[in-house]
Design a protein. Structure first.
Ligand SMILES: *Cc1c(COP(=O)(O)O)cnc(C)c1O
Length: 368
């Protein structure tokens, strides 16, 4: 039995006719950039996130970058980031000209540890970027109160958490602004690249909308130096179709996660921990195993595709070699990166496939 990590084609087969008609609608409209599909999607996605505004942009990295620009964060500024995250979180800070200041995660939830944030704050700190990693919201209440005490902005990197709940509230409206990615493999994915900035502040939303389109306040009149970071009509139309399925697909992911949690035992591997105040959307199902390479190879031979999120922490990536961080600087992050493995999970994974994965894992640990 073959178990792919994620089956994107199955999702698109489920909404085949709707995607085709969305494509035809855009093709025949003659409007391909900044048109009615984008406007409609922005309204629908803001409502989904229980937030007031959404600005569609080109991808998740640009969403983070434009948020930082709109906050006037740049040279000589510092931004607190999780040490353990996808490198895009850090790259956005560098792209804006500011300096990422890493903070270690809570080893149980993998999210930034609120207890370690204060010691990273300096007079240059301007913002905290939290990442709702693997689809599980970070602990926002203590983070927001630290930010309020020090006058810092709070930015959510929600690229892995479309629809996740923190104390019953959707991610996207829990800080000053949030960045989403619609990369095809995310919980809500386009058929190409896409992203969004979500916020409750109307002035901030307006500024991001200017920045994504050359800083134009009206056509050809640039009020601020902007970028080209737009979300096009065809992707917006596809996203509108898939947004209607998001809750249903997230529920299926949750069911798969429940099967895994029920059938895998803590004895052999370290399982995800879910605090009672969050409802994660299981973008990834991440376990920790000491003999990871051998374990991954065993699963591969059983036809099971797994991935590692992430093999190299950002502070040890060659991209940040000039910043002079060294092995041992962030030991919690480094040990996580040595041991994590993501099992297959997705809105179209069958119960039979979960059985095959859990049986294979049992065999590996019992040398059958
Ligand atoms: C995917 C992702 C991004 C970047 O999104 P792109 O659309 O690929 O630019 C940023 N942060 C996190 C946590 C991500 O998972």
């Amino acid at each position: 039995m073959k178990v792919p990590f994620l089956d994107l084609k199955a999702a698109h087969r489920e909404v085949d006719a709707e995607l085709d008609s969305a494509f035809r609608r855009v093709k025949e409209s003659g409007r391909y950039v900044l048109g009615p599909e984008l406007e409609a999607f922005e309204g629908e996605f803001a409502a989904y996130c229980q937030a007031r505004h959404c600005v569609g942009v080109s991808n998740g990295l640009d969403a983070l970058h434009l948020i930082l620009r709109a906050m006037n964060i740049g040279e000589h500024d510092e931004v607190i980031v999780p040490a353990h995250t996808f490198i895009a979180t850090w790259l956005a800070v560098s792209y804006a000209g500011a300096r990422p200041v890493p903070v270690e995660p809570d080893p149980r939830t993998y999210n930034i540890d609120p207890k370690r944030i204060e010691e990273a704050i300096t007079p240059r700190s301007r913002a905290i970027i939290v990442v709702h990693l693997y689809g599980q919201p970070a602990d926002m209440d203590p983070i927001n109160s630290i930010a309020a005490r020090y006058g810092l902005k709070v930015i959510e990197d929600a690229a892995q958490a479309h629809g996740a709940l923190y104390n019953g509230r959707r991610v996207g409206g829990l800080g000053d602004a949030a960045a989403f990615s619609f990369y095809p493999g995310k919980n809500l994915g386009a058929l190409g690249d896409g992203g969004a900035v979500v916020t409750n502040d109307p002035e901030f939303a307006k500024k991001v909308a200017f920045l994504r389109n050359y800083g134009f306040r009206t056509k050809y009149f640039s009020g601020i130096r902007g970028f080209n970071a737009r979300l096009d009509e065809v992707q917006a139309a596809f996203l509108r179709v898939k947004l209607l399925k998001l809750d249903h697909w997230n529920t299926h992911r949750e069911r798969i996660a429940e099967f895994y949690l029920m059938r895998l035992s803590e004895g052999s591997c370290f399982l995800p921990f879910v605090p009672e105040w969050v409802d994660p959307v299981w973008h990834l199902f991440v376990i920790r195993v000491p003999r990871r390479e051998e374990f991954q190879e065993y699963l591969r031979r059983s036809g099971i595709e797994t991935l590692i999120h992430y093999p190299v922490p950002p502070h040890l990536a060659d991209a940040y070699a000039d910043a002079k961080w060294k092995r041992g600087d962030f030991p919690i992050t480094e040990s996580i990166c040595r041991e994590v493995l993501s099992l297959p999970i997705g809105p179209h994974m069958s119960e039979g496939a979960v059985d095959h994965v859990t049986d294979s894992i049992w065999e590996f640990f019992h040398d059958v």
